[in-house]
Design a protein around this ligand. Sequence first.
Ligand SMILES: Nc1ncnc2c1ncn2[C@@H]1O[C@H](COP(=O)(O)OP(=O)(O)OP(=O)(O)O)[C@@H](O)[C@H]1O
Length: 286
Amino acid sequence: MILEVTNLTKRYKSGNAVDNISIQLKSGGIYGLLGKNGAGKTTLFKLLTNLITPDEGSLKINSAKLKPIGAIIENPGLYGYLNAYENLKIFAEIQNAPRNNVSLQEYLKNVGLPLDRKDAVRNFSMGMKQRLAIAIALLNDPEIIILDEPFSGLDPTGVSSLIQLIKSLAANNKAVLISSHLMNELQNCCNYLYVIDNGKIVNQGDTNILFENCVSKYVIKGDGIEKAENLLPNLISSEKNRITIACATSEISEVLQKLLENGFLIASCTPQVTLDELLNPIRNVV
Ligand SMILES: Nc1ncnc2c1ncn2[C@@H]1O[C@H](COP(=O)(O)OP(=O)(O)OP(=O)(O)O)[C@@H](O)[C@H]1O
C-alpha cells in the first residue's frame, strides 16, 4: 500500500465532517470517493494533504519522497492572466520543482495541452484548466494524485478525455484518488470505490462488483416492448418501446429469456443504479 488511512476523524461544532474513515491506496489503482454535497470528501482530502489536522486516527504514506502527494483541492487555483507555461513555471518555483524549459514543456505535453497556446488561461475551457491543474499537481513527480471533483463543469467530451488522462497516470504507477458526486464518471474511471455519507464510508469495493450488487432496476428497450407488460410482475413503468422493471442482476437473464420466448425483440437492456442504492447497500434486496 502506498497510502494507509486508519480511523481518521475530524470534528467541527456542527458534527463529524470525517468520521472514523479507513482507506488504502495501491500504486497503479484509481480510487473513487463518491458522495453527495457535504458528505465530507473535501475535508478528507484536506486531511490527506495535511491542510488540516485530524482529531483522531493516523495516516501512513509508504514513500521516500519529500512530496509524495500531488493534489487539486476545491478549484484549480490558476493565475487567470498568465498563460499555461507561465502558470506552470510559477508553481514549479513555489514548489521548488524542476523548471527548465524542456521539463515544463514536457509536463504540458503529457497532460495533452497544446504547446502553441500562448494566451491567458482565463480563456481556457474548463477541461484545459483541469489539465493544467493536473500538470501542476504532477510537478514533483508524486506517487499519489488527489483530484477533488475534477469532472465538474466538463462536457461529455471533456469528461472522457480527462478519464483517459487519469488512466494514463495510473498506467504510470501513480495511485489516483478522485472525489465526485457523479457516479457514472467514477464508474467509468475507477477500479475501486469508497462511498461516503455523513463523514462515514458506508459502502466500498471493486467498482464493477459494487455497481452489480446495487442494480435493482433495468430499462429494456425494443419495438413494442410495452406490450409485454402482462408478462412482467415487476414492472415499474412502461412507455412506447421502453419498460422499466425491478430486477436483480441474478434474475435478468430469466426475464430476457421470457421476453424472447414470447416473440419480443430486445434492442437494449440497461442496468440502473442510483446514488441512493450505493449509499444504502443493505436495502438492495429485490
Ligand atoms: N471549516 C469548517 N468548519 C465547520 N464545518 C465545516 C468546515 N469544513 C467543512 N465543514 C462541514 O463538514 C461537512 C463536510 O464538508 P465537506 O466540504 O468536506 O463536504 P464535501 O463532500 O466536500 O461537499 P461538497 O461536494 O459540497 O464540497 C459539511 O457539513 C461542512 O459544512
